[in-house]
Design a protein around this ligand. Structure first.
Ligand code: IPD
Ligand code: CA
Ligand code: CA
Length: 259
């Protein structure tokens, strides 16, 4: 299954790589911070058609189109056609196609593909995590010798204060941080040891579903910032790290109940 999903996702990656005149194909959704391009929509339509023909009994829960009412019942594809749309629009090569396949709310397969760098992250529940076919593992570094990656909950501007408070506290305990602009890739980067920890308030299931499985299969841990399992049917905060740093969650100024 993972190879079949990956083949479809790589074909979609070709659509992203060959995109032309992206600015003329960009539209705002709810605000100037919330962009969609015609490529996001076209990639999602392609993925919907191809993935559902792979597994016709599955439902489709994608960012840009009609969503299945409940992605936690039966088989469900959870899809972000382009995660990192602002990067894509601005010519910053840090975007990904993210596809997860879940059964009754349990993530079974995850594929995240960065078409710019041709990096394919894959995971299957119980079978490990891989980057371009090679096994990957979270790092063993304590945060004091490492970096954290964060997102800024751009659709909930009122979450800026708790986000920055947490970033300040983590910065004091780490070497540095990154804000890279694609939550799906942020999670994969922790999964392969490029960073030690990731957090963001208010992500959607299509942002984190595949990346969360990558984290777990790479030996890391992931939860909401309330310490509860991630929800696949609504927004939630995400805290993900290697084994060494997961328990820091209890020691930091975290707003546990923000969705
Ligand atoms: C966004 C990216 C970004 C994160 C936002 C997401 P999009 O996804 O993952 O890193 O900070 O919260 O919405 O809109 O580019 O698919
Ligand atoms: Ca996204
Ligand atoms: Ca998106």
């Amino acid at each position: 299954m993972v190879d079949k999903i990956a083949a479809i996702v790589k074909e979609a990656g070709q659509m992203v790589r060959s995109a032309q005149d992206i600015g003329a194909h960009t539209h705002t959704k709810t605000s100037d911070a919330d962009l969609v391009t015609d490529y996001d929509v076209a990639v999602e339509q392609f993925l919907r058609r191809e993935l559902l023909s792979l597994l016709p009994e599955a439902v489709f829960y994608g960012e840009e189109g009609e969503k299945a009412p409940d992605p936690t019942r039966g088989w469900a594809f959870i899809v972000d056609p382009i995660d990192g749309t602002t990067n894509f629009v601005r010519g910053i090569r840090q975007s990904a196609i993210s596809v997860a396949l879940a059964k009754d709310g349990d993530l079974r397969w995850g594929v995240v593909y960065d078409p710019g760098k041709e990096e394919l992250f894959t995971a299957e529940r119980g079978c490990g995590a891989f980057l371009n076919g090679r096994p990957i593992h979270v790092s063993a570094r304590p945060l004091a010798k490492g970096i954290f990656i964060m997102g800024t909950a751009i659709y909930r501007r009122e979450y800026l204060r708790p986000t920055m408070e947490l970033a300040t506290a983590l910065f004091a305990r780490s070497c540095d941080f990154r804000r890279l602009g694609s939550a799906a890739l942020d999670l994969c980067y922790v999964a392969c040891g490029r960073g030690e920890l990731f957090f963001e308030y208010s992500l959607c299931p299509w942002d984190f579903a595949a990346g969360a499985l990558l984290i777990e299969e790479a030996g890391g841990r992931v939860s909401t910032m309330a310490g509860t399992p991630l929800r696949l049917d609504r927004r939630c905060s995400v805290w993900a790290s290697n084994a060494e740093n997961f328990s820091l969650l209890a020691e930091l100024p975290v707003e546990r109940n923000l969705l």
